[in-house]
Design a protein around this ligand. Structure first.
Ligand SMILES: C[S@@+](CC[C@H](N)C(=O)[O-])C[C@H]1O[C@@H](n2cnc3c(N)ncnc32)[C@H](O)[C@@H]1O
Length: 302
């Protein structure tokens, strides 16, 4: 785990290291929000981008991107985040409204504002796990907006490379209640052992009727896409070298592990949802998104 600590360069907030990727997703969500054919709306997202020195000059509207949709970062990649937001909004809303789940955990929540923007039924609680510096920045911005959560929201400041289960239960998480778990844009930053621990912990803390959605990258060699338009644009335009933040260790087969423990899993490409919604990224040559998969898992109720 020292590997990831080194790559973080000791940066705890959103100013650099992996925390800055939360700003990238926030900028993408801001842009998505104001597209005429928007897939997801997050009116808070632009405020994070405008508040952080680390995202100075980044666009929050499509008209601020000179080459518009042709821009690999603020066009295609931002649309990817917009689609992902929509699909995972739908996953959580289904869990609480159709399946009766009342406990939600966002792992690596970053600047996710779902607690503030989704229509939660009464009696829900949303736990948000991220590192202290990221959550402190998030609270500063949201407090400045006088934003009010639409459900009970419990931030849990902890590092997901350590024993986060204790911090979560100390914060009031109830392992006897069904839970909807969301792991959005996180696992590729964690060492393989931390992913295994995370999935095993979700399994251990999940009552019947629980659901989990997470994102993985299947490529055996992420560096093969180093010169892809998407990674190149992200490096050149905003100075984020995603490949230097990702863990390059071999990944565990988490879906197989969950299946072995009685979960039912379905694995989708993002492009499946592009086709379903009629907008979003489609495959292209030298595509850094080619190995991305969105995995949905459920533990049957009693
Ligand atoms: C790309 S952002 C995604 C944030 C959010 N899930 C979203 O989709 O908007 C990755 C997030 O993972 C968090 N993260 C990465 N490594 C972490 C760790 N070891 N412990 C806790 N959080 C971590 C970062 O701080 C960051 O907020």
């Amino acid at each position: 785990m020292a590997d990831t600590a080194r790559r973080d360069s000791g940066v705890e907030g959103v100013d650099g290291g992996v925390g800055r990727t939360a700003l990238l997703v926030a900028a993408a969500r801001a842009i998505e929000t104001y597209r005429p054919d928007s897939l997801a709306q997050d009116v808070h997202a632009e405020h994070f981008v405008l508040a952080a020195p680390a995202s100075a000059g980044w666009p929050v509207r499509m008209w601020q991107v000179p080459d518009g949709d042709a821009n690999p970062l603020w066009g295609r990649f931002a649309r990817y985040f917009g689609l992902r937001t929509r699909v995972l909004d739908d996953f959580l809303l289904r869990a609480v409204h159709a399946d009766g789940v009342r406990q939600v955990v966002l792992l690596g929540a970053g600047l996710d504002t779902r607690a503030f923007r989704l229509a939660w039924p009464s009696g829900c609680v949303v736990f948000e796990i991220d590192r202290e510096g990221v959550l402190a920045f998030k609270h500063k911005v949201l407090d400045g907006l006088s934003a009010i959560p639409r459900t009970t929201r419990v931030p849990v400041a902890t590092d997901l490379r350590a024993d986060w289960a204790g911090a979560l239960t100390d914060a009031g998480f109830d392992p006897a209640a069904p839970t909807a778990w969301l792991v959005e844009g996180l696992l590729f930053y964690l060492p393989g052992a931390a992913e295994t621990y995370l999935v095993n912990t979700v399994d251990r803390l999940s009552a019947r009727g629980s659901a989990l959605a997470y994102e993985v990258k299947l490529e055996k060699d992420l560096l093969a896409y180093r010169d892809s338009p998407l990674y190149t644009a992200t490096r050149r335009q905003i100075g984020i070298d995603l490949l230097s933040l990702f863990s390059l260790e071999p990944r565990p087969d988490s879906a197989a592990g969950l299946e072995a423990n009685g979960w039912t899993t379905t694995v989708h490409t993002p492009f499946d949802f592009t086709r379903r919604h009629g907008r979003g990224p489609l495959p292209e040559p030298n595509d850094a998104l080619a190995g991305n998969r969105w995995v949905f898992a459920g533990r049957a109720g009693s």
